[in-house]
Design a protein around this ligand. Structure first.
Ligand code: GCU
Length: 666
């Protein structure tokens, strides 16, 4: 018995498609039988079909195609494209690489697992090209086994500063490949202690093995890099990117690293951020730092993914000019066009830090001559710690669909990160992952929908949040239509509900400092991180208009004018952009204060309904899943009540304006 769940690669018995003729023989064409990814695809098809339909398909091989030379994001997407058709004698899976065959196989397995009619699904032929070149997970796992912002146990990669490779590692690779992930960063962006030694002899063998396992599922291995390695492990006294000695040290180091870990695809770097070292120390730019490393790894086909999370985290509260929201744009826009072509800037979806509601970062749609990657977070750091149910795919859909007005057409975030808008050399989407060594991988079983969903969405941005939720439930919990409808009905509104009982109207934060779970309205107000809400007895919000910090003007028109005006700004973001009196009327017709009261009471009530809905599933879903989610709901309700009480009391006492409906506010 495994000590972890199989989730969507478990494949229990299925009723539909049992008599389907087309599943007797499957023809794989375009990639050679000897390809190690193809071999894994064959294994998946045989085992999966046998488990679901009690019949192993005959696998035959068609012609091989000329492989695509992968030199950039566009050719990577071409190489991963696949086509599934029904032929007279077989079901045909065609691609131009092993990865394409693997994705086609998982497509077919998903169809059977969801009990969709195979004939109908492929009658007209189905061709799929991944929406994004890089579809990546970022682990914030530390080598001592802890996980920064991890809510589902410890790391399954590391125990006591050793890298662990076992059956779970392989199943992890299968599981994420099955939803289309093709790149993974396996260590925390904050590279400290033992993690700094990842690029030394101490870990090369294990990393090479890990890289091989990933590669057999089409997954590229990346490492987070300590920018100050030349000092910390090289014994130099500098990490100046323009210093000859530093450059020489890195050249030698990278030759060694890529020699020892042949599958290594590159590095993720958090520099000059929250105390991490970087080029600013030497009066150099972010581009200087990124380009120095990129030039060196280029000959190994390496990529440098450089994070834009650079801001002053020691802002004095009296300083109303400095605005953390501005920082990404201010630090990175001036060098647009200077980053070399194997550098990708990785940009958090919003200008702050993964709050339940933020505007889209103006760097997305600002930068035009730079490779860009979107970073989202499925680890529920600010969204309920995988205790509260918060299905994030609707949020990611909004972000991807956001019109940046950076060009006449194809101007959404999805267009930009797919590489289409600017013909970028590399691009994609990364998610800070929510996995750990818990039995069910993600703590709350329902948080698995975010892992599944992120992969599916990054592979195919056209999918709806509902389709994805439904697939998740059918593949991992139940095929019963009523159960599926019920659980999808819990997932879909859950983000909006979480938003309702937490911080209002886009202001964000109000979480307990450091842990980021639970309510503390003023917690960050008296801290140094630049995340103020500026509430007083008259009003609340941060003036980021042209009269305030000017952040709103970082957007392209018409977004800049819309955000700049309290009348035009959408309600859900209005306190992010404007400081408003509690009596200000929103588009909804409510005042700010009444909106706060109403949404908090509603959010609590709706969370209660979700929990009741779940309760009614007793006996209809697996007991272990039922109990796990039920226990989380109990904690969620406690949390929601705390938030509701504290936020409402706080604003009642600040404003002295009573609730129109006379409900109990302490
Ligand atoms: C947040 C988070 C940190 C993390 C950082 C980052 O601030 O709380 O734990 O290191 O983001 O993204 O680098």
């Amino acid at each position: 018995m495994k000590n972890y769940a199989d989730l969507w690669v478990g494949y229990g018995e299925r009723k539909a498609n049992r008599d389907c003729e087309h599943l007797k023989k499957i023809r794989l064409s375009g990639a050679p039988e000897s390809d190690c990814i193809v071999k894994n695809a064959v294994k998946e098809l045989k085992n999966g079909m046998k488990a679901m339909l009690d019949a192993e398909p005959e696998i035959v091989f068609g012609e091989a195609a000329a492989p695509v030379a992968v030199t950039d994001g566009k050719s990577l997407r071409e190489s991963e494209e696949y086509r599934i058709t029904i032929c007279d004698d077989a079901l045909s899976l065609e691609a131009r690489s092993g990865a394409g065959i693997l994705y086609a196989s998982f497509d077919l397995l998903r169809t059977v697992a969801c009990e969709r009619d195979v004939r109908k699904a492929y009658a007209e032929g189905k061709t799929v090209r991944p929406s994004n070149p890089l579809r990546m997970l970022n682990h914030w796992d530390n080598m001592d086994g802890s996980i920064e912002r991890g809510y589902s146990g410890e790391s399954f990669f590391y125990v006591d500063n050793e890298i662990v490779i076992d059956e779970r590692t392989r199943d992890y690779a299968r599981m994420i490949a099955a939803v289309g992930i093709n790149a993974v960063v396996i260590n925390n962006v904050n590279v400290k202690q033992a993690a700094s030694l990842m690029i030394t002899d101490r870990y090369f063998d294990k990393l090479a093995e890990l890289g091989r396992i990933f590669a057999e599922y089409g997954i590229r291995l990346f490492l987070s890099l300590n920018y100050a390695s030349s000092i910390e492990i090289g014994g130099l006294d500098s990490a100046d990117p323009l210093d000859e000695n530093v450059i020489a040290w890195w050249k030698e180091k990278m030759a060694e690293v890529f020699g020892k870990i042949p599958t290594l695809a590159g590095f993720l770097v958090k520099a000059d951020s929250e105390g991490r070292p970087g080029p600013f120390t030497y009066g150099r730019t972010q581009a200087d730092g990124a380009n120095m490393l990129a030039d060196i790894v280029k000959e190994y086909g390496g990529i440098i993914i450089w994070r834009c999370f650079v801001y002053n985290c020691r802002q004095d509260w009296r300083d109303r000019k400095t605005d953390r929201a501005r920082a990404g744009y201010d630090n990175f826009m001036p060098m647009d066009g200077d980053y070399h072509d194997n550098v990708i800037l990785q940009i958090k979806n919003g200008p702050m830090d993964f709050q339940i509601r933020e505007p889209v970062s103006p760097l997305l749609g600002g930068l035009r001559r730079t490779n860009q990657m979107l970073e989202v977070q499925i680890a529920q750091e600010y969204t309920g710690h995988q205790i509260d149910v918060c299905y994030l795919i609707p949020e990611f859909k909004e972000i991807l669909g956001f019109k940046t007005y950076c060009s006449e057409s194809r101007d959404t975030v999805a267009d930009i990160v797919s590489g289409e808008t600017f013909g970028s050399r590399y691009s994609g989407i990364a998610a800070v992952t929510n996995t750990g060594n818990d039995f069910n991988w993600t703590g709350n079983y329902l948080a698995g929908a975010n892992l599944f969903g992120f992969g599916r969405l990054s592979f195919d941005t056209e999918l709806s949040a509902e389709q994805i939720a439904e697939e998740f439930v059918r593949m991992t919990i139940s095929q019963d239509d009523e159960v599926v409808r019920t659980i999808v009905g819990i997932l879909l509104p859950s983000r909006e509900i979480y938003e309702k009982y937490t911080s209002p109207l886009g202001i964000g934060w109000m979480v307990t400092p450091a842990t980021h779970y639970g309510c503390s309205v003023d917690g960050y107000e008296y801290d140094r991180w630049g995340t103020y809400h500026r509430a007083d007895h008259l009003g609340i919000g941060v003036d980021r208009s042209d009269k305030g910090t000017g952040y709103a003007l970082q957007y392209n028109e018409p977004n800049a004018s819309i955000y700049n005006s309290p009348e035009k700004c959408p309600d859900e973001l209005v306190l992010f952009f404007h400081h408003l009196p509690y009596t200000h009327k929103l588009h909804s017709g409510k005042t700010v204060i009444q909106h706060i009261y109403d949404t908090h009471f509603e959010g609590l009530e709706e969370a209660r309904k979700l929990a009741e809905t779940w309760d009614a599933l007793k006996g209809k879903v697996d007991d272990a899943i039922f109990d796990n989610v039920r226990e989380r709901f109990e904690r969620q309700l406690f949390n929601a009540r705390e938030w509701c009480d504290q936020v409402n009391s706080y604003f009642f006492r600040k404003s002295a304006i009573p609730d129109e409906k006379g409900r109990q506010i302490w």
